[in-house]
Each structure stands twice: as C-alpha cells, then as structure tokens.
Design a protein. Structure first.
Length: 563
C-alpha cells in the first residue's frame, strides 16, 4: 500500500512507539495535544499548594498498577512549580533502588525527611506515587508505624471496607486517591445509557477527528487531509476507519463499551493503554500485507473493536462482541443479512447528523454480496457489528440491571434498594444448592439431596453505605455495602460489586450453583458463614424435606428432639 501520513502519525499512539514510554519526565508533542485534564489533576495541584503553604510535606498519590499515576506525574512535572524540582517526584515506589535492599527499605530511605521526627521541621516537598498494596505492606510493619505514624494514620482509612471514610489528611501529609476516581461519570438522575459518560475518554476521541482542538491544529486531521490530496486509495482501511470515527455515534459506542468493560471486568486502564487501544481499532495488524479481497472486513473498525489482542482493553472488549450473544432479535437480524443480496434497506441506523456512511464502504459491501454468496458469512458478521457500533446497547441483561441498581442506591430510591435486599434474601439458600424459600432463616453449609438444614435468624435491613456525591460524578466506587442488624447481636455487611451482583442475578434466574463458583465468590460464602454463626443453629434447626412438612431439630438440656 502507498505510504499513508495518517498511518504514520497514528503509530505514535501505539505502545510500540517511543511516545508510549512514560517515565514521569515529560510529555511528547502528541501527548500535549491529546492531553485531557482529569479532576484528579486539579486535586493534586490543590494539595501541592497546601504543602507549599505549610512550608513542606508529602503527598501520597495512591492507586493500582496501571491506573495512570505516571501519566499524571509527567503532566504535573512539566508544569514546574516553586520548590518542586525533579527530586520532589518519586515515581516508582514498588521497586528497590539496590539489589541489597528490599522495596520497603528503599521506601524508608526515600521518606526519611517525612518521619514523625522530621516531618514538621523539613522544608522538602515530595509526591510519592505508590500502589495500594505496597502502601498497605509498608504501614503494616510495627517499626514503620512507630517512625512514620502520621503517614500511617492518614492512610489507614484507605484499607477500611467503609467507602464513606476518607483519608485523614493533615497539615503536612496529603493523600490523593486514584482508587475512587473513575474514568467515567455516573448520573443517577438520568435514564438509560445517558446515565453514564466519560468526558476524558470522549475528549480524546473528539480531539482525534476534530479539525482543531483548544485552538490547536489537529495533526491527525491534517495527516488525513494530506492523504486525500495525495490520492491515497479511498478504500484504504485506515482512511475508512478514521471516517467511521468521525461519526459521534461510533465514538459514543467506543466510550460506552470501554466503560462497560471497566465495570464488568474491573478493568484498570492508563491513558497510554487507551491510546494504544485506539490505534488497534484504526490500524489493522500487518497493514503492509493488506489485501482487499482477503482482509477488507477484518481490517475495519467494527471488526477490529471486537477482535481481541495484546492490548488489555481490546481483550476485555472482545468479550462484549454482539456476535457472542444469542437472542431472538439477533437471530432475526442475522437471518435477514444471510439471505440478502445487498445491504437491507433500513438495517443500518440513520446517524444523528444525517450524514451517510462512506459510499466506497457501502459499495464495496454490496460488491461482496454479489460475489455468488462466497463472502456472505463475513459480510453478515461485519454488517451485524457495524449496526451495533452505530447504536450502542449492552447485550448483558445483568449489566443493565446492575446499572439500574447502582443508580437507585446512589439516589436513595427505596424501591431499588428494597429490590437488591430481596435479591440477596432470595439467593442466600441457592448459594448452597437449596431452592427452598424460607423467611428469617439461614441455610447451613450441609445440604443433602433429600434434606435441607436451616437455622433461625432475624435480619433487619439497614440503609446501604456508599460514597457518591452528585457534584463529583466521577469520584465513587461502583459498589455499595448492604447492611443488616441482627437484633441483640451485631451488624453484618456485604459489599455488592458487579461480580457478586452478576452471580446472585444468575442464581435468582435459575442458574445452578456449583462448588467452584462458591469458592470464586468467597466473600458471599464468608457472609453466609457469618450469618450461620450468629444464628441459633447450636440449639435449633429446621429440617426441610421435599414434599413433606418441615421438621424441627431442637436441643434441650437433657435431649435432642425432632418435632
């Protein structure tokens, strides 16, 4: 294929390019153009000002591996600042600086100026980027807590399962969390998929296709127009993919699909991984060997989006391929496409702008249809995915239900809160293989084929715990803690995230619980064991036999009676 300037500049988004290396030392020209501020950037800058005003101190930038801490440090470092030199940025708190030192020993050395003894006497300033696990290991050591007590106490709430308790910032110790800063926003008062959005992810895609952004010429759009002038083939898949990306509907689908992957698979992504993902859905692998007759469909965005690959986002999104979900609507659409001799009228959604898809794309698809049915399967799959890309909707009823529940809990919707408590109560017995529905009882772990054992337990639902503020729709955990009061005993809780919700949702809808899934949902198993320990099972049990009346096995001071 002829050399494409668009292909050349898109390569800079790839993990294979030199621009992909984030060391915390600065931004490339492309990084600067595509950079989109996240609220956490403003929060970090605010904490830096507070440290300036205090005369010195430390900021812990806490998160998980691959969440963008290095990217944020690069941007903040490039801004400069009074007293914030290169030595003020500690980018990798997980590695040892010497083969003779552990990571903990290296960290102690880096924090020497911020021990309790030195903290209020030092004029030094430092931002320490550290993973949550490493921080936990650090402050868990008794000798560390004795030396770095203020840092340890400030960080302690990060490891509490109560999301409503924030870190304990002090005058000279500040904590900025990545863990509760999402790449997307949630709006509980909105309906359907309008309730989720991502200014960050959307902005990057918008900047890629807009002629200008923030008063700057778009180098990607300039390369695209240069290719058109240089007579690069209009059937070039990179040009076609870029033209598809110009449609707001396509960009919206990409963003909502990535958000779905984040929620369903607990996907943590960095800005650099997201750029590499964009490159992967615009530029086919081995583009230099591209042959139109062989790989036309396989090289276009609707196929590349769900193709999987080394990129972590691409691999996660591959599980959301609409071709992998069967239902009557899909069957009808696939049957229509498979038996057609051209693109069926009205099959592809009309875009909001009214603009048509590239003519060369539509003409080429119809040409494949005319190829005596040889390519009908490939054509069918492509058009089916293209329709989905032009009009996003999740194929997962569980995901749609979880979003509805999450919105309901965060907006204190009584009906939704009651519904999720009902979900738990209805599936408690099913986790251990029993389908007997009993009020105020807990199934015991021993469940036979003919007999089911239950213990009495009164459980009063309490208001769920969660951390969400309407004015900060990006700052939350996509989970909430259900709570029950056990009269005269104690309160018990259950953290509900998508993984557990999905498991319980399937159980309620008839899925059989199997042993390996019980082990996988270990938190729910622990919850049930806790309930059993609070019951009166040592004195009294209910024995349920299918088709017979319930029996009560009761222990008295002198005997055990079956009634």
């Amino acid at each position: 294929m002829n050399e494409s300037k668009l292909c050349h500049i898109l390569f800079k988004l790839s993990q294979s390019s030199i621009e992909s290396v984030q060391t915390g030392n600065g931004f490339s020209e492309i990084d600067n153009y595509l950079h989109t501020e996240r609220p956490i950037s403003s929060e970090l800058l605010d904490r830096m000002i507070e440290i300036d005003q205090a005369g010195g101190g430390i900021i812990l930038l806490v998160g998980s591996a691959g969440d963008g801490k290095s990217h944020l440090l690069s941007k903040v470092k490039s801004l400069g600042g009074n007293g914030w030199g290169a030595e003020s940025f500690y980018n990798d708190a997980t590695a040892s600086s010497s083969p003779n030192k552990t990571a903990i020993e290296t960290l102690k050395e880096a924090l020497r100026d911020f021990s309790d003894e030195n903290l209020y006497g030092t004029q030094k300033k430092k931002i320490l980027a550290i993973n949550l696990g490493k921080l936990n290991a650090f402050i868990d050591e008794p000798d560390i807590r004795a030396i770095y007590g203020e840092i340890a106490k400030a960080a302690d709430p990060l490891f509490d399962d109560d999301d409503t308790i924030p870190p304990l910032n002090t005058e000279r110790v500040k904590i900025v969390e990545f863990t509760n800063k999402q790449l997307f926003e949630l709006y509980p008062d909105k309906e359907g998929y309008t309730a989720i959005a991502s200014r960050f992810l959307s902005s990057i895609l918008d900047k890629l296709v807009s002629p200008t952004a923030s008063g700057k010429e778009n180098p990607f759009y300039a390369a695209y127009t240069e290719d058109l002038k240089n007579n690069i083939s209009p059937k070039n898949p990179i040009l076609l993919n870029y033209q598809l990306l110009m449609f707001p509907e396509v960009r919206r689908t990409i963003v909502l699909t990535v958000i779905e992957a984040i929620i369903r698979f607990k996907l943590a992504i960095t800005p650099r991984e997201y750029l590499d993902f964009i490159y992967s859905i615009l530029v086919p692998m081995e583009i230099s060997k591209y042959k139109e007759n062989v790989s036309f469909y396989e090289s276009l965005l609707p196929t590349l989006l769900y193709a999987g690959g080394a990129n972590t986002i691409l691999e996660a999104v591959s599980h959301l391929d609409p071709m992998k979900y069967s239902n009557t609507i899909h069957d009808k659409d696939l049957s229509l496409l498979f038996t057609s001799n051209r693109i069926p009228d009205g099959f592809l959604p009309v875009t909001s702008s009214g603009d048509k898809l590239p003519n060369v794309l539509l003409e080429r698809v119809n040409k494949f249809y005319e190829n005596n049915g040889r390519d009908v399967e490939r054509t069918t799959k492509f058009l089916f995915r293209l329709q989905h890309v032009l009009c996003y909707h999740s194929e997962s009823a569980t995901y749609n239900s979880f979003l509805k529940t999450l919105k309901g809990v965060f907006s204190n919707d009584f009906d939704e809160i009651q519904e999720v408590y009902n979900l738990v109560s209805e599936t408690i017995s099913r986790h251990n293989g029993s389908y007997s529905q009993k009020a105020n009882v807990v199934p015991l772990h021993i469940q036979g084929g003919r007999y089911k054992l239950f213990a009495q337990l009164q459980m009063e639902p309490l208001e769920p715990n969660y951390s969400f503020f309407v004015e900060k729709p990006w700052e939350f955990y996509p989970r909430f803690k259900l709570r029950w009061d056990i009269p005269n005993k104690e309160e018990v809780g259950l953290m509900m995230d998508y993984s557990l919700y999905s498991y319980l949702y399937d159980l309620r809808n008839g899925k059989l619980a199997v042993t390996y899934e019980n082990e996988k949902n270990i938190e729910f198993s622990h919850f049930l064991r806790k309930l059993a320990s609070l019951s009166d099972c040592a004195k009294k049990m209910t024995v349920v036999k299918v088709g017979s009346e319930d029996l009560t096995l009761q222990k008295t001071m002198i005997s055990v009676q079956l009634q």
